[in-house]
Structure formats: structure tokens, C-alpha cells
Design a protein around this ligand. Structure first.
Ligand SMILES: Cc1cc2nc3c(=O)[nH]c(=O)nc-3n(C[C@H](O)[C@H](O)[C@H](O)COP(=O)(O)OP(=O)(O)OC[C@H]3O[C@@H](n4cnc5c(N)ncnc54)[C@H](O)[C@@H]3O)c2cc1C
Ligand code: FES
Length: 279
């Protein structure tokens, strides 16, 4: 009988230190048969575990257009993620998934202007879709990526941010809450970028990921710029255990974040009961 809870070993091929607390791990299944049968779509997540330590949901930050590996960008915040940060190249982690039926649209957004708004560790799940778009760039109109962090040493994917900004009709705008000596760019919360970003809702879809307070104010800004709730798409985080709709840990109203999400439109989130985080 198939056991949905069984994780599979994945060996670490490379580790990039993104910031003072975040690393990106590129991994590969050790079993060729599992690797050959594995596929995922942008916005899905996996359950990552280390034996004797625990398990946590982590978004796949690589694009499905880049084959042969998976990338996870992990902030060290607790028991498991601290241990994962101690791992070295050629060591193993255990992964099961991919999970989440609610993923980012792709075919449906072709021909549109796209706006991405991320705060802190919110960029990794969006990066999966961003790189999928960059690999099919001619199918899309203007792309704007607005990214805010508390301080400059928190930015993830620094080289990619520069590379995306060089692509025609693609703009990356960065801001920090608090200026440090090494930062000469914009200062202020991510919504302050509206002053420079010329955000328009015509033929546009917006994608968000970040802390709830950021989401709340970014949604207000987008609505102020004329976006309808169905064209504001966000990926949500909740405490999870099973990841497969069985334990009830991630339940909001009549939805499970793990199976119905983690990606929802703002219109769907607004229907969540108030106590479960409706806006
Ligand atoms: C769909 C989804 C995708 C995600 N994707 C990513 C991703 O791409 N990258 C990423 O870094 N994270 C991601 N997360 C978040 C990640 O799963 C959590 O941070 C996870 O809890 C980390 O596990 P841990 O054991 O290291 O931390 P934990 O020990 O669970 O601690 C996590 C946080 O909770 C606090 N905490 C722990 N115990 C307590 C307590 N008893 N009382 C109060 N506070 C407590 C800790 O201080 C810490 O801030 C995602 C979550 C979801 C749901
Ligand atoms: S994590 Fe168990 S139901 Fe979603």
C-alpha cells in the first residue's frame, strides 16, 4: 500500500548563502526512478525533514523549466531549519511532495503585465514563477518586481535581481526598512515603491508573498491602483503537519491551505472567516 508520509532522500548538490539567515539548497533525488517520475508546478511546496529533528513545509524556489534538480531557499528560524543550515554539500535531506493544488497560474497570464511584490523570505516561492516567466519572456508584457527587506543584508538572490533588471521590459525595485552604511538605494516599506513603480491595473495580474501586515497594505495599494481581487494572487503560510489534507492543522474555513492552496486569489482569501485571517 502506498504511504503518503514516506519521504525520499535527496542529496545536496550546492549551497548558496543568500543572506545572514537564508541559504538556497540545490538537491537531487538519490533514486533515479523517483527523480525520473517527479514533476512539479510553480507555487508548490515540499515537506522537508531530517530524521530525529522534524519536518516543515518549504516552497520550491526553482522553476519547473529548469530540470534535473530542486531548489529550496530556507531561512534559519527554528529547530529544523537551524539543523538544515548545518548540512554540507553531498549530505542528505528527506523530502516528500510536491503539495498544493492551488499553484500559480502560467498559461492564463500569458500576454499580461505582471507585478510581483515580495517581503523578506516571501521572494523564494515567487522566484519559481519569475524564472519560469524569464524562460518564456516573449510570452509576457511588462514585468515589475518590487522587493522589500528589513535591511540590505536580508535580500535573497542578489545576482538574479541584477540579472532580471537587465532583461528588456523588466524592472526590479528594491527597498529596505532601515538604512545601513552599505545601502545607497531606497528606504521605506515596500508600498513606498508605488511612488517610483508606475503600477497600473490594465491587463495586469499581481503576485504577492510576505508577512500578513505587508500583504494587507499591498492589497490596499493594488486596489487603489484599480486591481480587482481576482487579479491579486498570493501564497499563504500556516502551521502544517501532514501537508496532505488529513491532520487539519492548516484549516481555514472550509479550506486546507496545504491542498486547496497555498496559492489563493485575494477574492478567495476575503471569503475566509475573519478569525482565520480574512482581510
Ligand atoms: C506552504 C509553506 C511554504 C513555506 N516556504 C518556506 C520557504 O520557502 N522558506 C522558508 O524558510 N520557510 C518557509 N515556510 C515556513 C517554514 O515552514 C517554517 O518557518 C517552519 O516552521 C520552520 O521549521 P523549524 O522547525 O525550523 O522552526 P520552528 O521550530 O517551527 O519555529 C518557527 C518559528 O516559530 C517560532 N516558534 C517555535 N516554537 C514556538 C513556540 N512554542 N512559541 C512561539 N513561537 C515559536 C520560532 O521562534 C520561529 O520563529 C513555509 C511555510 C509554508 C506553510
Ligand atoms: S497540514 Fe494537515 S491538513 Fe493541511
Amino acid at each position: 500500500m502506498k504511504n503518503d508520509y514516506i519521504p525520499y532522500p535527496a542529496v545536496i548538490e550546492s549551497i548558496i548563502t543568500e543572506s545572514f539567515d537564508t541559504k538556497t539548497f540545490r538537491v537531487k533525488f538519490t533514486d533515479k526512478k523517483i527523480a525520473d517520475n517527479f514533476s512539479y508546478v510553480q507555487g508548490q511546496f515540499m515537506q522537508i525533514s531530517l530524521m530525529g529533528t522534524g519536518e516543515a513545509p518549504i516552497s520550491i524556489s526553482s522553476s519547473p523549466s529548469r530540470k534535473g534538480f530542486l531548489e529550496f531557499s530556507i531561512r534559519s528560524v527554528g529547530k529544523l531549519t537551524k539543523k538544515i543550515h548545518e548540512l554540507k554539500v553531498r549530505e542528505k535531506m528527506f523530502i516528500r511532495g510536491p503539495y498544493g493544488k492551488g499553484h500559480f497560474p502560467f498559461e492564463e497570464i500569458k500576454g499580461k503585465n505582471l507585478i510581483f511584490v515580495a517581503g523578506g523570505i516571501g521572494l523564494p516561492p515567487l522566484r519559481s514563477l519569475i524564472n519560469l516567466i524569464m524562460d518564456n519572456r516573449k510570452d509576457f508584457e511588462n514585468v515589475k518586481i518590487l522587493y522589500g527587506c528589513k535591511t540590505a543584508d536580508e535580500f535573497c538572490f542578489k545576482d538574479e535581481l541584477k540579472a532580471w533588471n537587465k532583461i528588456p521590459n523588466t524592472e526590479v525595485l528594491l527597498t529596505v526598512d532601515k538604512k545601513t552604511d552599505d545601502w545607497t538605494g531606497r528606504v521605506g516599506v515596500v508600498t513606498e515603491l508605488w511612488k517610483d513603480a508606475d503600477i497600473k491595473s490594465d491587463n495586469a495580474v499581481a503576485f504577492l508573498c510576505g508577512p500578513p501586515i505587508m500583504i494587507k497594505f499591498v492589497v490596499q495599494k493594488l486596489e487603489g491602483s484599480g486591481f480587482s481581487d481576482k487579479n491579486i494572487i498570493m501564497t499563504l503560510e500556516r502551521h502544517m503537519k501532514c501537508g496532505i489534507g488529513k491532520c487539519g492543522h492548516c484549516n481555514v474555513g472550509d479550506k486546507f491551505i496545504c491542498v486547496d492552496g497555498p496559492v489563493f486569489t485575494c477574492a478567495e482569501v476575503k471569503k475566509f472567516p475573519k478569525k482565520d485571517g480574512a482581510m
